[in-house]
Design a protein around this ligand. Sequence first.
Ligand code: CTP
Length: 411
Amino acid sequence: MSERSELQGKHIVLGLTGGIACYKSAEFVRLLTKAGATVQVVMTEAAEAFITPVTMQALSGRPVVTSQWDAREPNNMAHINLSREADAIVLAPASADFIARLVQGRADELLSLMCLARPRETCPLLVAPAMNREMWSHPATQRNVAQLAQDGALILGPGCGDQACGEVGDGRMLEPEELLADLIAFFQPKVLRGHRLLITAGPTFEPIDPVRGITNHSSGKMGFALARAAREAGADVTLVAGPVHLPTPRGVQRRNVTTAQQMYDTVLPLAAEHDVFIATAAVADWRPATSAEHKIKKEGKKTVPSFELTENPDILAAVAALPAPPYCVGFAAESEHLLEHARAKLARKKIPLIVGNLGPATFGRDDNALLLVDASDHQALPPDGSRADKLTLARSLMQELAQRLQAVKTA
Ligand code: CTP
């Protein structure tokens, strides 16, 4: 599934209230529509002081609604009609004043009236606060936000950083890309809520000297997609990443490492705090026995240098051998005989599940085809043996994992 279709079929009512962050809402609408959503913008009078309804209409392709007395609505009940059609109401930006109004259940202008009148079971409310850091940290705002969350709203952010007023701190509205990621995540089923997942991803890099090393073609994309999918499914996620240049999925704790030994040293103490371990990393099996302190120079040498290799620790096998191991999932990147090799690894590492894939057909690519192998069975993912993008595969794998964890619990 591409980012384009992530929100296909979803109808979002986007409420803007008075704040300089309204300029980011224009970009947010663009991202929402690119992701396949239809967007109905509703603006308060204060929002109109920051951005015009003309801009928002042009971007959303729909007339903006600003008043509860809008005579275009045949029944004159914009507040009812708007929320009955919506899959979610997103308030971005939500000002301190507007949050206070929501907490009080005010209904004297369209946006607060619509939020109050929304069917809470079917139309969730997501609120992205945007304000100065002093306003955000004020006990009144903190009290209001806590109450709003208790009343069932999901609070997105706020972010931290430079503010329009020149101050620096908490209170910035999340960036449009962050809002989009949070909204996409919101719609994913929370099949892993309450679980803690530890995931390794990417290659390792084993230095030969300060400028060279041994590594492999792993891009980290599959492991990062798994971390994102696990987080979207409601899990707490720690991602131990080898050297890759990929952004950290939202809400995921990331630990960067370079060598296999560093990955081992980072993973082992963390393993006990997690109930699932997924080893996606393409860990180098060997490293140079010694790493030169300075660059090995060609200059003046008649022979090519040679160096000895020594074995790296097997992280997955070590975690699986812990007294109370998490549920361990290994990956097998092979170039041939996928099922046979995956089965052998399952037994050798003493783990319940191996995900096999063909290395040359996955490294660096955005799509993949997986083979799930356990002690008694194997199944292709996608089930028809075709290829799918890595995020779609990761989401399917999380569903599968949730079922297997449930089966272990009830066994
Ligand atoms: N793995 C690991 N630590 C290592 C080597 C591998 O944790 N030192 C994990 C990988 O993350 C993967 C699984 O073990 O989940 C299988 O990795 P792979 O390199 O395919 O297997 P190897 O055990 O190295 O076997 P071989 O090289 O013979 O294919």
